[in-house]
Write a protein that binds this ligand. Structure first.
Ligand SMILES: Nc1nc2c(ncn2[C@@H]2O[C@H](COP(=O)(O)OP(=O)(O)OP(=O)(O)O)[C@@H](O)[C@H]2O)c(=O)[nH]1
Ligand SMILES: [Mg+2]
Length: 486
């Protein structure tokens, strides 16, 4: 069966657990394919079932051997296993000595196991994102246990690692200073410590060192257990599985819920950061924008703060435009393109057709009108709007009007406005094509409205007011011409 090229087709293949489709979906995640977001949308509601365990530690600590041991146990229990190796030298990713790979041949040939390696691209958190996406694909494809192996060295790997539900830090005897590095980067993300190669001298000393670290450091309701294993013989594996099970139960409790939402937040935050960083990078590259602005600042033609602001403005405009244009496969930043498409930046449809009128509060129409008569702007139309307790007088100025407003009652809005601020500009009215659509959009954006529902105004219009606090200081009237009923 050919592998589908559309997101919808591939999603179906993944959900039907077709291995080539799963592999293709992960490739999309890894390369940041423009179709991946749609795929993830289709799959995401089917995720959340798998147990995701991360294993990290120094090179050669035995992560792959442990991963293989855990995978075999899961297979023996009839569970399907996905392995993601974020590690260039892992036997799973093919970089390790052949012997290791041969020892794991059973896993490679088992149809209930899918092994996948992720390239260390090592920049801007892309790896963490791709790995999290790959895990989601495997989860949707019904893999019960997902094991993620990473080398716990760089910040990027830590980011990957902490996305797992249960994070296992693998240490070995004779690590020396390594334990300091672990302390700095991994302490607070570790859920379990494994001292592997416990068949060697010094395992107990490592256990002691970890205990000391744990005593000094802060940890929440879950105190990370420390286990000794010999991954090559399987010693301690059952205990490790038992502790992972306990941790899983902990996560299913109230403490776990908090932790899960924290990780989800982190994942979303990571995506936003990735997008921002790419935008900043885009200034460096082809456009030369950063260099040009730097030259201006160096020449003291512009200060750095203004320069930065103008560049931020350019980024926003640039990405709004990118979101409008059809995506081309040769684009360098397909994923951030996706993010900007999803963000609320894209240019909204214009709902305003023209300035309808400027409303001026006057004590009396006669007095207020006299001045405009001098300029030849004579009254065209007079109308009382009973609901607003106001008498209005319209004078055409080209396509727009002046609307003089005289209160018909001392407790009307115009009387109150004059009492507070004196006579003068009262509001600006713009004509909109659809006042309800405009109100809906403003409301969704949290804009403070005076009227949530439009009402009948002068001139056969449907109108509503927006509070000055939202518009930059002026009361804004939105007005829609009602279709003339013949
Ligand atoms: N003596 C002993 N050797 C072990 C043990 N676990 C793993 N090894 C060996 O240590 C070597 C490295 O094991 P791996 O599982 O590849 O270690 P890793 O952490 O995945 O290594 P990288 O992926 O290269 O970082 C292999 O030769 C294993 O056979 C153990 O418990 N005891
Ligand atoms: Mg490995």
């Amino acid at each position: 069966m050919p592998i589908p090229a559309t997101a919808a087709g591939l999603a179906e293949g993944v959900l039907q657990r077709r291995v080539p489709d799963v592999a293709r979906a992960i490739s999309w995640a890894e390369s940041g394919d423009a179709r991946f977001p749609e795929l993830l949308t289709a799959l995401f509601s089917k995720t959340g079932r798998a147990r995701v365990t991360g294993l990290t530690g120094s090179p050669g600590a035995g992560k792959s051997t442990l991963t293989a041991a855990l995978a075999r146990k899961a297979r023996a229990a009839g569970r399907r296993v996905g392995i993601v190796a974020v590690d260039p030298s892992s036997p799973f990713s093919g970089g390790a000595i052949l012997g290791d790979r041969i020892r794991m041949q059973d896993l490679y040939t088992d149809p209930g196991v899918l092994i996948r390696s992720m390239a260390t691209r090592g920049n801007l958190g892309g790896l963490a994102r791709a790995t999290a996406d790959a895990v989601d694909v495997l989860d949707a494809a019904g893999y019960d246990d997902i094991l993620v192996e990473t080398v716990g060295v760089g910040q990027d790997e830590v980011e990957v690692f902490r996305l797992a539900e249960s994070c296992v830090v693998v240490l070995t005897p004779g690590m020396g200073d390594d334990i300091q590095a672990i302390k700095a980067g991994l302490m607070e993300v570790a859920d379990l410590f494994v001292v592997n190669k416990a068949d060697r001298d010094g395992a107990d000393r490592v256990v002691q060192e970890i205990l000391q670290m744990l005593e000094l450091g802060e940890h929440g309701a879950w105190v990370p257990p420390i286990l000794k294993t010999v991954a090559t013989t399987g010693t301690g594996i059952d205990e490790l599985i038992g502790k992972l099970e306990e941790h899983r139960k902990f996560l299913d409790g109230p403490q776990g819920a908090r932790r899960k939402s924290e990780r989800t937040r982190m994942r979303i935050e990571g995506l936003i950061k990735e997008d921002f960083l790419r935008r900043v990078e885009s200034l460096r590259g082809d456009s030369g924008a950063l260099e040009a602005v730097a030259a201006r600042v160096n020449a003291r033609m512009e200060d750095p703060l203004s320069a930065a602001r103008s560049l931020v403005g350019r980024i926003d405009r640039g990405f709004a435009a990118a979101a409008e244009s059809p995506s081309s496969p040769s684009k360098k930043l397909p994923f951030s393109e996706f993010l900007s498409k999803e963000s609320p930046v894209p240019k909204p449809e214009n709902l305003v057709s023209r300035i309808s009128h400027l409303g001026i509060a006057v004590k009396s129409l006669a007095e207020g009108g006299a001045f405009w008569d001098l300029l030849g702007l004579v009254e065209e139309h007079r109308e009382e709007v009973a609901s607003q307790k106001v008498l209005t007088s319209f004078r055409a100025v080209g396509e727009s009007h002046l609307e003089l407003l005289e209160s018909t009652s001392p407790d009307g809005p115009i009387a109150k406005s004059i009492e507070k601020r004196g006579p003068g500009i009262h509001h600006l009215c713009v004509e909109v094509t659809d006042v309800r659509a405009a109100l809906g959009r403003l409301k969704a954006a949290g804009v403070r409205l005076v009227n949530e529902e439009p009402f009948d105004g002068a001139h056969d219009c449907l109108v509503a007011f927006v509070h000055p606090s939202a518009t930059g200081g002026i009361l804004l009237e939105l007005s829609e011409k009602k279709a003339k009923a013949d």
